[in-house]
Design a protein around this ligand. Sequence first.
Ligand code: NAD
Ligand code: WQD
Length: 342
Amino acid sequence: MKKNKIIVTGGLGYIGSHTAVELSEKFAVVIVDDLSNSTIDVLDGINKISKSKPLFEKLDLKNKDDVKSLFKRHNDAIGLIHFAAYKAVGESVENPLKYYENNLSSLIYILQEIDKLNHSFNLIFSSSCTVYGQAENLPITEEETIKKAESPYGNTKQISEEILFDYSKINSNLNIISLRYFNPIGAHQSSSIGELPIGVPQNLIPFITQTAAGIHEKITVFGDDYNTPDGTCIRDYIHVVDLAKAHIAAIENLIQSKNESNYDVYNIGTGKGTSVLEVIHSFMKSTEVKINYVIGNRRNGDIESAYADNSKAIKKLNWSPKYSIDDAITSAWKWERKIRKL
Ligand code: NAD
Ligand code: WQD
């Protein structure tokens, strides 16, 4: 039987590549990427472990004509997962227009092409727990009040969600889900694909694995005077393969379209909070590799605690995370060793 076709924008990136692999079990996948934050080698990794080889199209989604031609070539696609975006919070503060241009124009051009279709279409949007900032209530439900964004990057996610909500009201042929990811970590169990940060990583897990690989002498824990049990910040770290599978559950939910509304939002996290020190100790215990750490100052703009109430996704998407934080950390270390040839 012919498989339904799904377009995956940003499909050579960290989360997109893992999702493309999972999707290829059931769908014909078209990956679109401009390689602005990834390399073509990722495609080899995907091809090695995918059920069926995705098609790859190198194009820039902030080029309207490229988006038009993409939809012409793939007018048989039944859905699109929109990962493509810039994601570095600090860079978005330095260069907000770069972020507003890429993250918003790509979404608008995609919606303009969807608007021309005369068949039903399914769209999944990569949103983020960053839309909540420091939430008043923990765990964070989808009902939590959205406050002013802390960064232009975070603002692009808030605005994108608003664009999707407003547009959903006038196109009943389109079903949309925004997935608000918490902190994705880890790599595919085959170590064929994983996270490839450019430059010095800002995120905790790649900094830890690079420190263990000897690239950094030590890791600095950004503050131990927060109002948490050990004083360090708490996050909800989710294995990237669990996150990838949430997209399959979401697209299947949309295809079955049993929902009351054609726009919905889901938190995708494990529901468990883990502190920075717990992550470091879990790394040392599960890998038996010692890393040096020091306690430093708080990082500007850091949230004290954020972890998901994931019960809506569990109930309505029939999805649940399977991997523990130790599994995720071990897979991140296996990936780091592979790319460093250790
Ligand atoms: P990533 O940078 O690894 O992947 C994004 C991919 O999109 C890259 O391969 C990049 O080359 C491509 N891309 C960017 N702009 C493009 C354009 N104009 N045209 C074509 N391709 C383009 O990022 P990721 O970590 O995989 O994140 C994927 C999505 O999830 C992003 O929207 C991000 O904001 C969101 N998100 C990520 C995290 C996280 O911690 N990684 C958390 C929450 C939400
Ligand atoms: C986790 C914890 C740090 C590095 C970022 C983005 C957010 C979202 C998810 C996309 C924090 C601490 C880190 C280090 C440390 N992405 N840390 N030493 O801050 O939750 O969010 O990724 O939407 O928008 O901002 O993740 O991995 O940077 O930090 O102590 O060297 O680790 O202070 O408490 P964060 P992170």
